[in-house]
Design a protein around this ligand. Structure first.
Ligand code: PLP
Length: 273
């Protein structure tokens, strides 16, 4: 596997980033996961815009997006896969003390992992831990994913593949690696960005393409929602068939099935919407 590290393609086994890199010592890095199919990326322009927003949110210098595009193309060229995900990681860079940022400049790594197509439906749980919608890093795609790792492990322990967070106000927020939609009275709704959720690219496209509403929703809405679905780069639109042990019959329901169809059609017609 060839990966991009700070300006050049390198063999993944030999590639090096310092152990004093900020992303390692204090976790102030940002990242993107971009879907790649047969050598082409999906929605790269939106991902790069979010990478810049996240970097600015952490006070990192703007990433050189021409280099990031070149890196993505080079990594895809060097590693042909039918379906995969490019992982772009951008950190504060080398720090001699591991605390203050040094002068060496940021670190950019672009790697690729092969992916399998997601199952059409999945089970989710809610977790008692909250997203803080007023956090300094709310909505930024930072490399500090430890809380998500813990929540996802709990989901796996209960036979689910995703864990959903509420925020400090008791409102529905998002999953560990996905945004959430619920269907109420036949209409799809998703929490607004003010809930503290990530501005998911797939969420954004589903809102644009299906007219889903951004609505503040109590976490308890999950107990009565007619349908629930998740969106993310790796899942696209994925129906939920069980929430906290409650089976949702007839999954995917009609609204979810329509969102899946619309997403698949529009995404196939435009690779950089
Ligand atoms: N929320 C979180 C916390 C995520 O990590 C992700 C994706 O990894 C998403 C939502 C979905 O975002 P996207 O559709 O851009 O993949």
């Amino acid at each position: 596997m060839q990966i991009w590290v700070n300006g050049a393609l390198r063999d993944a086994d030999a590639a090096q980033v310092s152990v004093l890199d900020h992303g390692m010592t204090v976790g102030d890095g940002v990242f993107e996961t971009v879907k790649a199919q047969r050598g082409t990326t999906f929605a790269l322009t939106r991902h790069l815009a979010r990478l810049t927003r996240s970097a600015r949110g952490l006070g990192l210098p703007d990433p050189d997006l021409d280099e990031v595009r070149r890196a993505c193309a080079a990594v895809l060229d060097a590693n042909p896969v039918a379906l995969g995900r490019l992982r772009i990681t951008y950190t504060g860079g080398l720090s001699p003390l591991g605390s203050d940022r040094g002068d060496a400049g940021p670190t950019l790594v672009v790697a690729l992992a092969e992916s399998a197509r997601r199952p059409d439906s999945t089970a989710v749980i809610t977790v008692p831990w909250t997203r803080n919608e007023r956090s300094a890093v709310a909505g930024l795609k930072t490399t500090s994913y430890a809380e998500n790792v813990v929540a996802l492990a709990r989901a796996h322990g209960q036979g689910a593949t995703e864990a959903l967070f509420g925020n400090t106000l008791g409102a529905l927020c998002e999953g560990t690696g996905s945004n959430v939609f619920v269907v109420l009275d036949g209409q799809p709704h998703t929490p607004p960005l003010s809930s503290g959720c990530l501005a998911g690219i797939t969420r954004e496209l589903v809102v644009e393409w299906t007219g889903a509403q951004e609505t503040e929703l109590p976490l308890a809405v999950l107990a009565s929602a007619e349908e629930v679905f998740l969106t993310s780069t790796l899942r696209d639109v994925q129906a939920v068939h069980r929430v906290d042990g409650r089976e949702l019959t007839g999954t995917p329901g009609p609204v979810t099935a329509k969102a899946m169809r619309v997403f698949d059609e529009r995404a196939a017609a435009d690779l950089d919407p």
